[in-house]
Write a protein that binds this ligand. Structure first.
Ligand SMILES: N[C@@H](CCC(=O)N[C@@H](CS)C(=O)NCC(=O)O)C(=O)O
Length: 212
């Protein structure tokens, strides 16, 4: 399976971690936001990453892709079948893709992507406001729902964990640490999730790129 995108994107990283947890081999095609690669454009009509091609089947959107993978490779199950658990997993996936992303991207774009990769001056006021005003309620909420030890939904790894943990890699790239006096459970949970091999290899590569 080919995945278009860079793991610097939390959406791409979520898909790559999900595939790794399932043992699905992925050929990652680094794809910039201005790519004109015809295979990418055919898979992603609005030029968003991630997109994928699996044989003669193409699909865009991280959530669409993980649901496709879950149906095609049911074991290990990462999206529960039970009504409540499935609802909760989809909530956390949506929460990560919307509320968390919309906050963290203001910091990541204005401090790293724009200045470092696009030759744009970042808007530090936007980044600082996101960090000061939008981020604390997100971390406060997560502190109330993460387990002291284990996983967000049920007692096993699910898409919820991969989706929520993924954007925290971007926070780490920004050198924003989770305050373990205010958010001790969240800090331990994110540290444990990002130490999983499915994330750790990508994070190492991302750090190498950012250090270059
Ligand atoms: N809902 C989509 C969001 C994908 C998305 O917005 N990706 C960003 C990168 S983080 C992108 O491709 N941006 C390029 C653009 O908007 O032109 C998903 O879950 O895959």
């Amino acid at each position: 399976m080919i995945v278009f995108g860079s793991s610097m994107s939390p959406f791409v990283r979520k898909v790559l971690a999900f595939a790794a947890e399932k043992g699905v081999a992925v050929d990652t095609r680094p794809t910039g936001l201005r790519s004109r690669d015809p295979a990418f454009l055919a898979a992603s009509p609005f030029r968003k990453v991630p997109a994928m091609v699996d044989g003669d089947f193409a699909l865009a959107d991280s959530s669409a892709i993980v649901h496709y993978l879950e149906a095609k490779h049911p074991e290990p199950a990462l999206i529960p079948a039970g009504a409540r658990e499935r609802g909760e997993v989809i909530w956390f996936d949506e929460f990560a893709d919307t509320i968390v992303f919309n906050c963290f991207v203001k910091m990541f774009f204005n401090r790293i992507v724009g200045p470092r990769f696009m030759g744009l001056a970042g808007d530090e006021a936007v980044a600082a406001a996101a960090q000061a005003d939008e981020m604390p309620p997100i971390l406060d909420y997560l502190e109330t729902v993460v387990p002291g030890d284990g996983f967000l939904v049920g007692s096993r790894l699910t898409l919820a964990d991969l989706a929520v943990a993924s954007p925290f890699v971007n926070l780490a790239h920004l050198d924003i640490a989770i305050d373990d006096t205010r958010h001790p459970k969240l800090k331990a949970y994110i540290d444990a999730m990002l130490a999983r091999p499915s994330f750790a290899a990508m994070i190492g590569e991302e750090r190498r790129i950012l250090a270059a």
